[in-house]
Design a protein. Structure first.
Length: 112
C-alpha cells in the first residue's frame, strides 16, 4: 500500500509538470527530502497532508467495499470531461489500469 501511495504522489507531481525541486516552493521540503520520501519514504500524516496540498490534491480514506464504486465514479467523471480521441474499448482498458494505479488522476479536469 505504501508503494502505491508513493507512486501516486510521484505520478501526480509529474502530471502537474513539476520537478522534485519544485516541491520546496510548494511545501517547504528540499529536493533531497522530497526525493527520499518519494522513493522509500514513510511520511508522517501531517507531512503527507502538506504534500497533497502542494499537489492540489486531497487525502481520503475509502472503505475497501466502496473502492470499486469510487473507481467507477471517477472513470465516469473522467470520460465526461475528456473528448473521445481513441476507440471506446481501448480507452476503457487503458483507464482501468491507470485508475487502479492512481484513482484521483484528472478528477478535476485540467489543473490551473
Amino acid at each position: 500500500m505504501k508503494d502505491s501511495l508513493l507512486k501516486q504522489l510521484k505520478d501526480r507531481r509529474l502530471d502537474l509538470g513539476l520537478k522534485q525541486s519544485d516541491m520546496m516552493m510548494r511545501v517547504g521540503v528540499s529536493r533531497q527530502q522530497y526525493q527520499r520520501l518519494e522513493s522509500k519514504g514513510n511520511p508522517r500524516l501531517d507531512t503527507l497532508e502538506l504534500i497533497a496540498e502542494g499537489l492540489n490534491s486531497e487525502l481520503i480514506l475509502i472503505p475497501k467495499e466502496k473502492m470499486n464504486t469510487v473507481i467507477d465514479v471517477l472513470r465516469n467523471v473522467e470520460t465526461s470531461l475528456k473528448p473521445a480521441k481513441e476507440p471506446v474499448s481501448q480507452k476503457s482498458s487503458n483507464k482501468e489500469k491507470s485508475l487502479s494505479d492512481n484513482p484521483w488522476q484528472d478528477l478535476l479536469g485540467e489543473d490551473q
